[in-house]
Ligand binder design. Sequence first.
Ligand code: CA
Length: 239
Amino acid sequence: MIIDLEKLKDLDLKAFFFDMDGVLFDSMSNHAKAWCSAFDDLGIEFSAYDAYMREGMTGASTIRDAFTRQLGRDASEEECKRIYKVKSHYFESLPPAVPMEHVLDVLKTVKAAGLDIFLVTGSGQVSLLDKLNYFFPDIFHREKMVTAFDVKKGKPDPEPYLMALKKGGYEKNQAIVVENAPLGVRSAVSAGIFTIAVNTGILEDKELSGNGAGVVYSKMQELYTELPEIIKRSKMIDL
Ligand code: CA
């Protein structure tokens, strides 16, 4: 076991909250490539590591952040719009992201254990539910989703995860979050929820543990292997 089972002793598990990009779909490398290309066009240094560290930020925040760091000034609204358009263009030219390996097994295990499943994402794609139903049939439901349309602040604010707790009628100790990004982990941990990080990208584990993740797995398969024991231990209060 990688996880310290002692950390699960106060849980009364009823639900799992899943992030989308980098957890359900292997989409982060495309986002990173698109950001690098867009900044490269402007002669601004921006690495894939920079992109992964900022996963979950809005496009405008990412651009303003890079401007401040590299050019010593803020980006204008016009610049933000223009650069984000270029980034989106690069992103759309890349092959569509596929589901993360073994994540369907993870979802099926959670469902078979009788636990509720929520999606908590900063994404605002209109076709989101169709895409989820196509790759993960009968797992996600419209009323059990928190997306860009629902929140004002978004990650790393705790708002999205607090909203998921509220929608499901759950207490903090009744859910477990699965996240892959530092800002996503910070959001979930700030909401007071035990957070499993799966490091599906290129970051060092410390970026995830440092933001409060209860455990960091290096692959989805590791989580899948330990999941039955995690579920068993997290429901022990009920026994
Ligand atoms: Ca993510």
